[in-house]
Each structure stands twice: as structure tokens, then as C-alpha cells.
Design a protein around this ligand. Structure first.
Ligand SMILES: [Zn+2]
Length: 340
């Protein structure tokens, strides 16, 4: 381990990051303050955009890209369905899906009569969304192309890990009045605090820089959302790594994380600063230098530990037993064929 004097893009503390692994020429560090894993040096935004503009990102020709966008996003479509059902009781609602891809989540909201907006940075993804959704949703390239309005629900499904900083996007949403205290923000992301991720950081299945540049665990999210003054924060694990165990399990035993946050009044701060003539970057910097930002303490970092040995053994034994049973069935079939 070598501790580096570099700044963590989530807690912004310098000098707390340890070298974790190197993947495809990208160095990844782990922050001891907020538990975020982050690529360093962070690739420039223009470089990242070039990766996403190719249609190969959506059809599996790139390392770490989608093998089949529709197929791989199918599990989140059912999650969106249940979310939308929970919110639909309030009458006509508005949704903003950030990183909306081909628009499969927005299609669910449009079916329920919601006002639908999406942001998709990829030219290819946006053109497919336009073809599929037509007038039912407005899909734009960036936050500054959105209409000035507050949204009831803002979703980022497996998006936050792609952003070089969580702040620039979310602060801009506050500045534009898209997030109010009534807005619920919902995010999903692979769990960087999972047993799988910690056991072998360089081989973890979601470790694909430069597509994924910041890797979040539950502690990182708690830290981030407290800093952004969200009053209700709910973080739950998704997709158990130990399906035979009774849930709920400790957070490290889940493959993914789902965060729901609401009640942030940070929009008032940004609106005031920007109205006083500051740019979004200046307002963000001013907030980050303020005591409101500095006073949020990180939770004590959970120790990096190997998963419980017993459960891995049970899992392996189960695999062997399944194989043996298959071999026995195959043998029985061959014997029967020979006997005929
Ligand atoms: Zn940090």
C-alpha cells in the first residue's frame, strides 16, 4: 500500500487515499475518510465523452460496456415500476431520468401519464431514445438544456459511478431549481464495499475504468448525502451475494446499493449565490469552503476484511454438488441409451 497525497473527489480530503489496484493502465485509490474508490488521475471530461459517443458502448464491443443495453437494464425496469407505483398516488408527477440511455425507464413513467424528461450524454443513446419515445419524453444532452422546473423524482440508475465528480451535476440541479425539498433523488450503483469488491479489488466485475471512475459504498453515500443536506437518507443493499441467507444482511453482502434521499434545502443556498452573480462553479466552491460542508464527519471506516470463510465454502460445495448431480444424471441417461 502506498498512501498518496491526492485529493478524494467525494470528501475532498487530501492525503487519505491508498493505492488499491491498477486496471487497464488506470490507478485506483481508496479513500480512508469516506471509503470511496477513485481513479487517479481522473480522465478529462472530453476524453470520457469520446468513449460514450460510440455505439459500441451500447452493444458490447468495448471492454466494460453494455453487452446488450436493453437486456442488461431489464432488472432496473422492474425497480422503476415499483418506484413509480409508490409515487403515482399523488396525481400527475414529473420525472427526470439522468443517464436515461435508450429511455426504457422513461417509457414506464410515460405509460403512467407522468411528465418525462431525460438527460443522455451519448449522441447514440439519445437518438435511440428519441426514436422510441417521440413526443412522450424530452431527452436532452445536459442539465443546462432542461426546462426550469422542479421535479418530483430524479433517478440516476448506475450513473453516479461514471461521473468524475458527484458535485458538479447535483449542484447544477440545485442551481436550476430541479431539486427542491420535495424532490426525491434515487440512485443505484455497484457496491464497492461488497465482499466481492474488497476480496479482489482489481478483478471485481464492476471495476472498469474509464467508464466507472468513482466506486461508492454505503459509507460514501451517507457522507455525500449528509453533506448535501438531505434530511431523509435511506440506503439499502440490492442483489444478495448469499441468496441462501435470510435478509436483511450486512451491507457488505450485497452486490449493489439503492439510495433514496429527500428534503435537502441546499437549493436555497445556491439560488442566493448564483443570483448574487456567482457562477455555478464559484457557488459550489463557496459552499465547499463553508462550515456547513466541512462539519460533516465521515463514519469510521469499516476494516477491509475477507468475506466469512464459511459462506464461501458452502457456496463452493454447493457448486460441486450440483456438478456431481448433473454428471450422475448424464451417466444414467447414457446407460439407458446403451441398454435400449
Ligand atoms: Zn474521500
Amino acid at each position: 500500500m502506498r498512501r498518496a497525497d491526492i485529493q478524494c473527489p467525494v470528501c475532498l480530503f487530501s492525503g487519505y487515499s491508498d493505492f488499491l489496484c491498477e486496471v487497464r493502465g488506470f490507478d485506483i485509490y481508496n479513500c480512508a475518510k469516506c471509503a470511496a474508490d477513485h481513479v487517479y488521475p481522473m480522465p478529462a471530461e472530453e476524453v470520457l465523452k469520446r468513449y460514450y459517443d460510440s455505439s459500441s458502448y451500447y452493444q458490447g464491443e468495448d471492454f466494460g460496456a453494455y453487452e446488450d443495453y436493453d437486456l442488461q437494464t431489464a432488472p432496473t425496469v422492474s425497480l422503476v415500476d415499483s418506484l413509480l407505483d409508490a409515487y403515482s398516488v399523488r396525481g400527475k408527477q414529473s420525472i427526470l431520468d439522468i443517464g436515461c440511455g435508450y429511455g426504457s425507464h422513461l417509457a414506464c413513467a410515460a405509460d403512467r401519464g407522468w411528465e418525462c424528461h431525460g438527460i443522455e450524454v451519448s449522441d447514440h443513446g439519445r437518438s435511440v431514445a428519441h426514436q422510441r419515445l417521440g413526443e412522450e419524453a424530452r431527452v436532452v444532452e445536459s442539465v443546462d438544456r432542461l426546462p426550469r422546473m422542479a421535479f418530483d423524482l430524479i433517478t440516476l440508475f448506475d450513473v453516479i459511478e461514471h461521473l468524475p465528480s458527484p458535485y458538479s451535476l447535483i449542484c447544477e440541479l440545485f442551481v436550476r431549481g430541479a431539486i427542491t425539498p420535495e424532490t426525491t433523488l434515487v440512485m443505484t450503483t455497484p457496491n464497492a464495499g461488497s465482499d466481492d469488491a474488497r476480496k479482489n479489488p482489481g478483478k471485481w466485475k464492476y471495476r472498469y475504468p474509464p467508464y466507472h471512475v468513482i466506486y461508492y459504498s454505503a459509507e460514501t453515500f451517507e457522507f455525500l448525502f449528509k453533506r448535501m443536506q438531505f434530511s431523509s437518507i435511506e440506503i439499502v443493499g440490492q442483489y444478495s451475494l448469499y441468496p441462501w441467507m435470510k435478509e436483511p444482511l450486512p451491507m457488505s453482502r450485497y452486490d449493489g446499493l439503492l439510495v433514496r434521499a429527500g428534503g435537502s434545502t441546499l437549493g436555497e443556498f445556491f439560488a442566493k449565490r448564483v443570483n448574487e452573480g456567482a457562477s455555478i462553479e464559484q457557488a459550489t466552491r463557496c459552499w465547499q469552503q463553508s462550515t456547513a460542508f466541512q462539519n460533516v464527519e465521515a463514519s469510521p471506516r469499516p476494516p477491509l476484511r475477507l468475506p466469512w470463510l464459511g459462506s464461501r465454502l458452502v457456496f463452493r460445495l454447493y457448486g460441486y454438488l450440483k456438478k456431481i448431480k448433473f454428471l450422475r444424471l448424464a451417466k444414467r441417461w447414457v446407460v439407458r441409451q446403451v441398454g435400449k
